[in-house]
Design a protein around this ligand. Structure first.
Ligand code: 5GP
Length: 126
């Protein structure tokens, strides 16, 4: 999976409302919307409105914004009723992790018992 590094990714278009999305929460600096292909009963993506390609780039450039992203992820988990049961926050980073959109995003997954994660063949066997 290569990063073509387009000037604008799908998520900039969602932030600009050029592509529709099921938005669940918005702050001055972040947008949260449901994943189009949910991998759990609840699967919400949290993106900063400013583009960084991955979480490492964001952490280096603007740690305060990364903290806001995680605070927002927890708030979305509260809004979605996930806190008591538990939830997972995932940042896929680069090709081996399966990152497909190169605008950093946190996946918030929950609403049911989640499986283990790790090697590709482990996932296929489930
Ligand atoms: P990644 O694989 O980069 O960690 O996550 C990208 C996510 O974006 C995937 O889970 C994928 O299902 C989701 N996605 C791809 N296209 C769209 C879209 O048009 N709308 C929404 N809401 N999610 C999308």
């Amino acid at each position: 999976m290569t990063d073509p590094d387009p000037a604008e990714t799908l998520f900039e278009k969602i932030i600009a409302r050029e592509i529709p999305a099921d938005i669940v929460h918005e702050t001055a600096t972040t947008l949260a919307f449901r994943d189009i292909s949910p991998q759990a009963a609840v699967h919400v993506l949290i993106v900063p409105k400013t583009r960084y390609r991955n979480v490492g780039e964001l952490a280096s450039a603007d740690p305060a914004l990364l903290a806001e992203l995680l605070t927002t992820a927890h708030h979305v988990a509260e809004l979605e009723g996930l806190v008591d049961g538990g939830y997972r926050v995932v940042f896929n980073t680069g090709a081996d992790a399966g990152q497909t959109v190169f605008h950093v995003h946190a996946h918030v997954l929950g609403g049911e018992q989640l499986g283990h994660f790790g090697r590709y063949e482990t996932q296929q066997a489930q």
